[in-house]
Ligand binder design. Structure first.
Ligand SMILES: [Zn+2]
Length: 362
């Protein structure tokens, strides 16, 4: 018997106390749930299939760029309105809400990094959340992420507090980021940043906990402990996941908490990390790990290998090494070659579920 029976979590998209129960259970039992960035129905089903077969909950998230892609690259996406990113995220949410229950696993429906200039995107999604909440008593999304790690700590926290006030009546989860995560993702380039500034200080974590707790208990923190977004040459990254353990002890002491690990941490920039690094971070209260870059690579490899191995069947609609009149329809049907990418992506999600001790947790 696993979490699904113990916690009575429904299959499909979770919200509010069910999200909290899931993350609290993960923190207690020492596992983390992978967050897969999805950009299409194809990447959604590849991820859900992996979670179903591994008997685990899963987090599906769209980035601002991924959401715009979900809507279609041909749609205008203005800086002021972010209309494609708003529409795409909403479309993805409705699709995931419709499809997730038949996979039989709990799903946290999340949106990824939202920097200051992208806040109109979040505003548009929150409008949709409130409208959905009025009709259904639940927000459209389980959770959203705000990334103001490039701003001052004061601005970061005070802006997140305002959003948390808006989200709290819907019991919606907020993930925030503090400290700088190195690397480059969706146009934020931190590759030149001095390494010493990549580590979040315990005082910052405490300040967040003290500011957020009076408003809501539904939040988590992506802290910098040497993480790098994207995959770079080995040797450039010095991860210090033990810092998260120190943060937990510091916050527990200052808050007089009965819990040894009062903070919910999120691991960003994990692609390329070792299994040991993941597991140490998870042992210190990481309940969510973003895996984007490695999934993009995995999705490609299945399609790439299919095309390379079948190239003589893919040059013309009719005619291949078996004869000039032989049709190739069975080879170029997207259900065949896109499916190959789904299989390799599924395998990579499964690996993440195993690495993060999430497999078999249901
Ligand atoms: Zn981040």
């Amino acid at each position: 018997m696993g979490a699904l029976d113990e916690l009575n979590l429904p299959a499909g998209v979770l919200y509010g106390d069910d999200v909290l129960k899931l993350f609290a259970y993960a923190r207690e039992k020492g596992f983390a749930i992978p967050a897969a960035n999805v950009t299409s129905s194809s990447t959604v089903v590849a991820t859900l299939e992996a979670a179903r077969d591994a008997k685990s909950a899963i987090i599906l998230q769209t980035s601002q760029g991924g959401a715009a892609y979900f809507a279609g690259k041909g749609i205008k996406n203005s800086a002021e309105k972010q209309e494609a990113s708003v529409a795409g995220a909403i479309a993805a949410a409705h699709y995931i809400r419709a499809i997730a229950p038949i996979y039989g696993v709990p799903v946290v429906l999340h949106t990824d990094h939202c920097a200051k200039k992208l806040l109109p995107w979040l505003d548009g999604m929150l409008d949709a959340d409130e409208e959905f909440f009025k009709k259904n008593g639940v927000p459209l999304f389980s959770s959203h992420m705000i990334d103001l790690s490039e701003e001052s700590v004061e601005e970061n926290i005070s802006t997140c507090v305002e959003y948390l006030k808006r989200m709290a009546p819907m019991k919606q989860w907020l993930e925030m980021e503090i400290g700088i995560t190195g690397g480059e993702e969706d146009g934020v380039d931190n590759t030149g940043v001095d390494n010493s500034s990549l580590y979040t200080q315990p005082e910052d974590i405490l300040q967040i906990e003290q500011a957020f707790r009076p408003i809501s208990k539904y939040f988590s923190i992506a802290a910098g402990f040497g993480n790098v977004h994207g995959v770079y040459a080995p040797g450039n990254v010095r991860l210090h996941p033990e810092l998260l353990g120190k943060h937990q002890a510091y916050v527990a002491e200052k808050l007089g908490s009965s819990e040894a690990k009062p903070v919910f941490f999120v691991f960003h920039g994990g692609s390329g990390s070792t299994k040991e690094e993941y597991r140490e971070a998870i042992s210190h209260g990481v309940v969510k790990v973003n895996v984007d870059t490695d999934l993009q690579w995995a999705y490609l490899t299945g399609i790439r290998d299919y095309v390379v191995n079948n190239i003589d069947y893919l040059k013309t609609q009719v005619g291949n090494p078996e004869g000039p009149n032989k049709p190739n329809k069975k080879k170029y049907d997207p259900r065949v070659w896109v499916r190959e990418g789904e299989k390799t992506m599924k395998a990579r999600v499964t690996e993440a579920l195993n690495d993060f001790n999430a497999s078999g947790s249901l």
